[in-house]
Design a protein around this ligand. Structure first.
Ligand code: MRU
Length: 329
């Protein structure tokens, strides 16, 4: 895994030799972004079984899945990927261990390849929504780093650029982990897509200025009614976008939908360590003993969401129907 905690200052890689290494990589955000942690979890399951021995394979399989599931609670892609691996494992019961191992490895690789194809489809579906000659505001990093490649929100931007649109990007820095400053800007620079960095509290100013043609963000979990959990700060951007008549688009794969949840109120929100808020790159920016809140995600109510762009098409309100149709086909 490329170590996303070190970018853009250092391009370092972490090698995961056990499923516990993969779980630690997800928990400590060496790898992050909903689809990317889904792919990593699938790889972790495959790696765990590759090192497991009979007898008691079922108990070991359950422990591997459990460990990987207890890393980060909000992005549903993690649980989706583990579930897909579990279903395959169950269908292989009684087969030789070598066969089970090979099939699980192939499945994890398939999930990775599918994710890239899905992102390209999201990009194709979303490109038409991006206004030509305007700035696109994004929050956090929903790019190649957050997926197996190409990205969801950044995939829409990439596809718009590939379609010949003149697009530049404004990236919120995304405190406290700085995914926007460190990762989104870095990624866009690699692709030579013009990017301008702002601090999170500048978004309202620019949304009012007329310069922003639309907002495009990713998602960690989308409830049946179209409420969207995404990186903390997304909700404020969505409200300010609506207030200023700027379309607010969410780009996400079908695996990010959680139709078992009626609304976003039931989405579990991860709390991250206080030090992410009190310190920046190891340096304290608040007095010792400061009380801190650090929710990693917020939920944007569906009324602020202009459309949800998936690999199967663009869903609009009422989301209860449009999202269900999208899943059932
Ligand atoms: O805490 P993170 O960095 O994993 O949060 C990532 C986000 O909120 C992304 O916007 C979301 O996962 C979509 S990534 C395609």
């Amino acid at each position: 895994m490329i170590d996303q905690r070190r970018l853009p200052l250092r391009e370092e890689y972490v090698t995961c030799r056990t499923y516990e290494d993969v779980a630690a990589g997800i928990r400590e955000m060496v790898i992050r972004g909903a689809p990317a942690i889904g792919v990593a979890a699938a790889m972790g399951v495959a790696l765990g079984v590759a090192q497991a021995a009979e007898p008691d394979l079922d108990a070991q399989f359950a422990r591997i899945c459990e460990t990987l599931a207890h890393t980060r609670p909000t992005a549903v892609n993690l649980f989706w990927a583990i579930e897909r691996m579990r279903k395959l494992y169950e269908s292989l019961r009684g087969r030789p261990l070598g066969v089970i191992r090979a099939r699980l490895i192939a499945e994890a690789q398939q999930i990775r390849l599918e994710d890239i194809a899905i992102n390209k489809a999201i990009g194709r579906n979303g490109a038409a929504l991006v206004p030509d000659g305007k700035t696109v505001l994004t929050h956090c990093n929903a790019g190649a780093l957050a997926t197996a490649g190409y990205g969801t929100a950044l995939g829409v931007i990439r596809a718009a650029v590939e379609a010949g649109k003149k697009v530049d990007v404004m990236a919120d820095e995304t405190r406290p982990f700085l995914q926007g400053a460190r990762l989104t800007v870095w990624e866009l620079q690699q692709d030579r897509i013009p990017a301008t960095l702002i601090t999170d509290n500048m978004a309202g100013h620019f949304l009012k200025s007329g310069r922003i043609g639309c907002v495009v963000v990713g998602a960690d979990r989308i409830a049946a009614n179209g409420d969207v959990a995404n990186k903390i700060g997304t909700y404020s951007v969505a409200v300010l976008a609506k207030e200023n008549g700027v379309p607010f688009f969410v780009a996400a794969p079908i695996s990010t939908l959680d139709l078992t949840l009626e609304s976003g109120d039931r989405i579990p929100i991860e709390r991250r360590p206080d030090a992410e808020v009190t310190h920046v790159f190891g340096t304290a920016v608040a007095p010792e003993g400061t009380a801190v809140e650090n929710p990693a995600f917020d939920v944007t109510p569906n009324r602020y969401v202009t459309a949800i762009i998936t690999e199967r098409g663009v869903a609009r309100a009422p989301y209860l129907e449009s999202l269900k149709r999208m899943v059932v086909g």
